[in-house]
Design a protein around this ligand. Structure first.
Ligand code: ADP
Ligand code: MG
Length: 399
């Protein structure tokens, strides 16, 4: 006699599969969390250090005659500070943190500007732009969009050592046009950006790993492996999608989709090359002594009188006593005990029309954006130069 027992295990199989997927997602989330914490810590301390270096270099540059032989060295110091700040920005981008100032922007504008700067450094690459003049606006952080575009350009350029074509195009599309890709896009209108190069391309294995942090095929010193990881993080935090299409020896095309904004465009001051001098009184609040010291010197040099406060509570006291005199408060966001957010709220209770420029090297999950939503006037990222600062102050005071 034969006894046969059948058991349908498809449900169990399915549950197991789901478990593995959840597990990988969990590990990924943990990795992201760890990098986020790391990036946050570095960004906060490191950017304060850079702030001091940058500020002192700015002050010295301002003192020197342009013919002074030290001017070049100081400019080199400023450039090195900017590179250092970019590294922390990459990490923050990957960790999806530090999305500060979101406004309706046109991607074409950023592409043109970045391509312009870029083409000057790589003459053997010919850049072709096919930009849709009617392109919709997107809600995005301008600095982060620049970072994305620049990262893609640098990679394309690395893939075309001997020269080649870089083709940039933008279009208005909808989720319908995005069918058949790996993800399931939310319904709605999108702006599509493609960055195509005629470089060395990638094999399948490489393509699968390009968005991993620290994955690089470049030799030591050339690649950090953070470029595309940060691109990915930034696009995700903007509710967008990214795709890559490549073949070895055939070049590479990146497609990026970002959701269209439903807001009106607001006007932006064009960036200036010069320090904008002004007059008035500013209260500078920061818990780092170094930042206070160099910051107050910078502010005085731009033409303003300055009060300083080392903590949120001290800032409230100073503001209470001098509110008639103080035209603007520059407020550090992360401080022990009373942070920037709380200090801002308290100042608003003293004077609802208080003007506040928020400053930080890092924001915890868009905390800066939160404070800005509550009415805070603007945000400046540390480390900033004398020029950056003067432009920001002027912008806030003019409003
Ligand atoms: P990095 O540029 O520092 O190596 P990225 O995250 O920017 O780090 O890129 C990761 C890897 O992806 C690169 O090392 C390279 O192998 C591959 N890659 C990225 N963009 C391109 C491209 N346009 N063409 C060919 N390979 C690319
Ligand atoms: Mg790169």
């Amino acid at each position: 006699s034969i006894l046969a027992i059948f058991r349908d295990i498809s449900e169990r199989k399915q549950a197991e599969d789901e478990k593995t997927i959840l597990k990988t997602q969990f590990i990924k989330a943990q990795k992201l969390e760890a990098i986020g914490t790391l990036a946050g810590g570095i960004a906060h301390d490191f950017n304060n250090l850079l702030m001091s270096i940058q500020g002192n270099a700015s002050l010295m540059l301002d003192d020197l005659d342009s013919s002074d032989p030290n001017v070049t060295s100081l400019i080199n110091i400023e450039n090195a500070v900017q590179s250092g700040a970019k590294l922390t920005q990459q990490l923050l981008g990957y960790a999806r943190k530090g999305k500060y100032v979101v406004s309706p922007i046109c991607l074409n504008h950023i592409i043109k500007e970045t391509a312009g700067v870029f083409s000057r450094t790589r003459k053997e690459i010919s850049i072709q732009c096919q930009l849709d003049e009617e392109l919709s606006l997107i809600d995005a952080d301008e600095g982060q969009m620049e970072q994305i575009v620049l990262n893609l350009f640098v990679n394309a350029s690395d893939a075309m050592r001997g020269g080649g074509d870089l083709i940039l195009s933008t279009h208005n599309v909808t989720d319908e046009d995005m069918r058949g890709r790996l993800y399931n896009p939310n319904a709605g209108n999108y702006v599509k950006l493609t960055v195509a190069d005629t470089g060395i391309g990638m094999d399948q294995d490489t393509q699968e790993r390009i968005f991993d942090p620290f994955f690089t095929t470049k030799e030591m010193g050339r690649g950090t492996g953070l470029g595309l990881a940060s691109v990915y993080g930034i696009i995700k935090s903007h509710g967008g999608y990214i795709d890559v299409d490549s073949e070895e020896g055939q070049g590479t095309t990146f497609s990026i989709f970002l959701p269209v904004s439903d807001k009106e465009r607001h006007k932006k001051n064009k960036s200036t090359k010069h320090i904008i001098k002004g007059s008035g009184t500013i209260l500078l609040v920061d818990d780092e002594e170094q930042v206070l010291e160099v910051g107050s010197k910078l502010i005085e040099r731009i033409g303003y009188k300055v009060f300083v406060a080392e903590s949120g509570s001290e800032a409230i006291d100073v503001y209470n006593e001098n509110k008639a005199k103080i035209d603007l408060v520059i407020l550090d966001m992360i401080m022990p005990q009373m942070g920037g957010g709380e200090t801002y709220d308290k100042m608003k209770m003293i004077d609802s029309k208080v003007k506040v420029l928020l400053s930080s090297g890092y924001s915890i999950d868009g905390e800066a954006a939160e404070i800005i939503k509550r009415g805070c006037n603007s945000f400046i990222q540390k480390p900033f130069s004398m020029k950056d600062l003067s432009v920001k102050i002027d912008e806030v005071l003019a409003n």
